[in-house]
Design a protein around this ligand. Sequence first.
Ligand SMILES: [Zn+2]
Length: 457
Amino acid sequence: MAATAAGRLQGDQCERDWIWEREIETAPWEETRRLSVAAWERQYRRIRESSPFYARKWREAGVGASFVSLGDLSQLPFTTKQDLKEAIDETPPFGSNLCVSPDQVKRVYQTSGTSGVPSVLALTRGDMETWTIMGTRTYYATGIHEHSSVLTTFGAGPFVAGHTHFVLLRIGTRSVPVAPGDTERVIFGLRAGLADTLLSTASFAQYLANRLEKTDERTPAQLTHVVTGGEPGGGIPTIRDHIQRVLGVTVTEVMGIGDVAPSLFGECPLQQGMHFCGAGHVWVELVDPESREPMEIETGAVGELAYTALTREAMPVVRFLGGDIVRIEGTSCECGRTTFRQRVIGRRDDMFIARGANIYPSAILAIVGDFRPRVTGRARVVRKGPETSIEPPIPIEVEVADSGQPDPGLAAEIESAVHSRLLFRSRVELIPESDFGAAGYKTRLTRNDPSTHRGEG
Ligand SMILES: [Zn+2]
């Protein structure tokens, strides 16, 4: 491979630099830090003066009146999703953390809300631009260039993923928007050759691969690149390999956090984990998932990411715990970017403890994927209550094709594979596609079942 091709998708012959903001994305760590230190000084003063939410939070945590530098950030308390929800409830509609006057709010997204009650995200014109900058670095990093034709199923709103349309416009791609969940139109668009790139959840890409494999339908020849987001599947080898093989594409993944930026991490075509793309605008810390003590961002480290908005105007967050547990894959890359790379291991909420070991459901997905084509690749853990520690056998639901023949030995074989690799017993239940839930959206890796027992007869 020629040196100039290190950051490009296979077959991409374009002349354009494969790094959107080379100066920032390849800067030595010290320079990024210096930029961030300066941004934080301004941001700290602004938050202190204009956010009643943080002013009180910091006072309650015993933070004095003096400046807290970026290096001493761990003196400030973490912010959780629950904190932000309370801030909204306190002063609706934008909350007690709105740091600008309401007439400066120029765009409002909504979140689905964990308890079913939506929450809002307010942006100033400047915030929209900042999100677009970070998103452009992110999607450009995956190999999407001006000459790409991109089919997306993201609506314009209410969710933050809709911001991606601004990003695609900035890169200058051809954009082919399709309504969320309109599977047939996605397939039509790809067959018709309208797009060479698909942005979707990993679940949807998997669904597409299963469907084309099963029915011998023609694979859309022009499709060369699938970018997955919204859930960790695209980074799990068995899932990724299957999508790549059946669709004949390169799979890269992206990730964002609604309260921070909808696109913040993008994987380059070298497929070694997602590069951090928020340098200068977002400060990231890695913290121990149990003790919450700061950890070094170094290859192999596993922890939870905490985010601080350095330039956000309307609703800045400080030390926001995003709930994702990640593994740091490296701090440099052959593509030239110097930003760290990570892969999501799982959601903190989805973690459970079996026989003393921390388990993320993505580890189960990786095992279940080996049983394809007897399974579709989707699976989830059934939780009976809020306890983190679960007594084996762990109930697991595994999706199988509706039209499949009965496969009597399958459940036992999966149970045995889980036992030999993760060292706990499980009870596998095979669920037909039609009962498992729509594949177009994110698949929750955990299903909460408050009933004591599911009937087996
Ligand atoms: Zn790279």
